[in-house]
Design a protein around this ligand. Structure first.
Ligand code: COA
Length: 260
């Protein structure tokens, strides 16, 4: 598939997906969502890719939300289909077997904050702004924001953000536990690449199991979650990479993980 609204590049096992509609502040229209969905399929099918960075084009926005120009004429049924696509795309991000880093380089509003919430880690520039402003448009978040935000930052803070539609700055997002790190804008991508390279060097099957255990466990009761972890540990102990990791430690050398 040729992409009109995203740029996709893979370098040294790290894929970078850039939403590329800077004149619309990278707003998500149906075609962009379709392209992101296709791209996730390509990432899933490529065992060489060990980490994904998602970011926005330009220096102003990560993603300024769903495309209001496209939504203004949508009927309820069309919006339902658009929201279903958005939910599906974000869920597929969440369920990729490799870590995804959101490099939030400016406004992350509506679908922008929602997409970031579906990523494993969120790293922000100091000029980043997060928010779910849908209420100001007479609607509510439709890509999972009412569900993922309270789970991430707690009910009170999420309610205030969703009810007021107001934005929070990068430092507040950090204080809320919404972002992992905040860097000066000029350093954001370099810092994200360093982090991505570190994740890409880890044992891929262990990484996959760690991600699965965290995501599955957070939704269920602790006893079942701990049982899930025990099963996962058992699984990773069967891998060649487990032997390699422990042998490398005892031989005082760097491990060479192969994903088997
Ligand atoms: N959908 C469609 N177009 C959008 C958009 C969106 N979500 N967000 C920004 N744009 C467009 C603007 O309409 C403008 O287009 P124009 O140049 O044809 O007028 C262009 O992107 C630049 O945005 P502008 O509003 O001029 O920039 P700004 O710096 O003054 O304000 C924002 C930036 C992000 C605060 C403002 O654009 C905004 O509030 N966007 C909407 C955010 C939103 O409600 N998202 C949730 C949607 S459900």
């Amino acid at each position: 598939m040729d992409y009109a609204n995203i740029i996709f590049a893979v370098e040294e096992r790290v894929a970078t997906l850039t939403i590329n509609r800077p004149d619309r502040l990278n707003a998500l229209n149906p075609q962009t969502m379709e392209e992101i969905g296709d791209c996730i399929g390509a990432i899933h099918g490529n065992r060489e890719i060990r980490c994904v960075i998602i970011t926005g084009s330009g220096d102003k926005a990560f993603i300024a939300g769903a495309d209001i120009t496209a939504m203004v004429t949508m009927s309820g049924f069309e919006e339902k289909a658009f929201a279903a696509t958005g939910l599906d795309v974000l869920r597929r991000f969440e369920q990729l077997p490799i870590p995804v880093i959101a490099a939030v380089n400016g406004y992350a509003l509506g679908g922008g904050t929602e997409l970031a919430l579906a990523c494993d880690l969120i790293v922000a520039s100091d000029n980043a702004r997060f928010g779910l402003p849908e209420i100001k448009l007479g609607i509510i978040p439709g890509f999972g924001g009412t569900q993922r935000l309270p789970r991430r930052i707690g009910l009170l803070r999420a309610r205030e953000m969703i009810y007021t539609g107001d934005m929070i700055d990068a430092q507040t997002a950090f204080d809320y536990g919404l972002v992992n790190h905040v860097y000066p804008a000029a350093e954001l991508m370099d810092e994200c690449r360093v982090l991505a390279a570190k994740l890409a060097r880890q044992a891929p099957l262990a990484m996959q199991q760690a991600k699965t255990a965290i995501n599955a466990g957070i939704e269920i009761d602790l006893d079942n979650a701990l049982r899930f972890e025990t099963e996962s540990v058992g699984l990773v102990f069967t891998t060649e990479d487990k032997k390699e990791g422990m042998t490398a430690f005892l031989e005082k050398r760097e491990p060479r993980f192969r994903g088997v």
